[in-house]
Design a protein around this ligand. Structure first.
Ligand SMILES: Nc1ncnc2c1ncn2[C@@H]1O[C@H](COP(=O)(O)OP(=O)(O)O)[C@@H](O)[C@H]1O
Ligand SMILES: [Mg+2]
Length: 287
């Protein structure tokens, strides 16, 4: 399975949200990383076919999406960012409903649902109303519906937003096991999601996507840029306005800062080991 994105662009009214997006996606897990408003959902919605690009083209295995017809959608499973279920439905009723929309033959639906529900660990709750589900359970049900048509490409928009740490780990495990023989594209603004799930990172920045990278590459890039700085607490606010700070620890009247900077940020600053959070703040210049 190969998805090629060529010169894709999208604007809403006068606002250009994305332009010149070029990507080639094959097997594996790809993480779209960027702050809120960067354009991740817009890109994902174009890939899922919910909105139409106003420039460029998407190719699936060399054929333009425009010429793939329903074949394109049959190969894609999609979990939208703000998924809400029909509250009156039980989990099972919801999955049956989606199966109908996806034209899955009746004789296959039962087994398929049983299998997926087991995989996303919802067997014991499938007869409960969705309204009673936790955030994590709703996301897992959302994944199950996205997988109903056996997609080759699974597209997940902020799948871990709103999950507690335990649910997040469970979720990661589900994605890892699904991704063995498929393509997963997920968006997130949570740095730890990316380092744990996806090998390939696509940053969405300045209205476009950056060349593909990895957590290791991002960290290596800032190898000598992370410092510890000790400051009297009174100087903290003015220092903060001019530097990228990834962590602050205070003891009495002293602040110990983790600073990301190409130059030595203070006379007594010393180097410390970078991590992905530092790299993210540096890439997006978040102060
Ligand atoms: N349907 C829409 N109409 C108008 N503006 C939109 C629409 N969808 C997204 N936008 C704007 O496009 C930008 C990118 O949004 P989005 O793709 O949701 O970013 P992200 O998912 O990275 O947070 C934002 O400025 C947002 O307000
Ligand atoms: Mg979004």
């Amino acid at each position: 399975m190969k998805l090629e994105i060529k010169d894709l662009g999208k604007h809403f009214g006068k606002k250009q949200v994305l332009s010149g997006v070029n990507l080639t996606i094959e097997n594996g897990v790809y993480g779209l990383l960027g702050p809120n408003g960067a354009g991740k959902t817009t890109l994902i919605r174009m890939l899922a076919g919910v909105i139409t690009p106003d420039a460029g083209e998407i190719f699936m295995n060399g054929t333009s999406k425009k010429n793939c017809g329903v074949n394109y959608y049959n190969k894609i499973g999609y979990l939208p960012q703000d998924v809400d279920f029909y509250h009156d439905f039980t989990g099972l009723e919801y999955l049956r409903y989606i199966a109908t929309l996806k034209n899955i033959p009746d004789e296959k639906v039962g087994d398929k649902i049983t299998h997926l529900v087991d995989q996303v660990n919802l067997t014991n709750d499938i007869h409960r109303k969705c309204v009673k589900y936790s955030g994590g359970m709703k996301k897992r049900l959302g994944i199950a519906q996205a997988l109903l048509n056996d997609p080759e490409i699974l597209i997940l928009d902020e799948p871990t937003a709103g999950l507690d740490p335990y649910e997040r780990i469970k979720f990661r495990n589900i994605i890892s096991s699904f991704s063995k023989d498929r393509t997963v594209i997920l968006s997130t603004h949570i740095v730890s999601d990316i380092s744990n799930i996806s090998k390939s990172i696509i940053m969405v920045k300045d209205k476009t996507t950056c060349p593909m990278t990895s957590a290791d590459e991002m960290i290596t890039k800032i190898e000598d840029y992370v410092w510890e700085v000790e400051l009297p607490i009174q100087q903290l606010i003015s220092f903060q306005n001019n530097h990228i700070i990834s962590n602050i620890r205070t003891v009495d009247d002293v602040a110990y800062l983790r600073v990301v900077d190409r130059e030595k940020p203070a006379a007594h600053a010393f180097h410390i080991d970078p991590d992905l959070e530092d790299a993210y703040l540096y890439e997006f210049n978040i102060k």
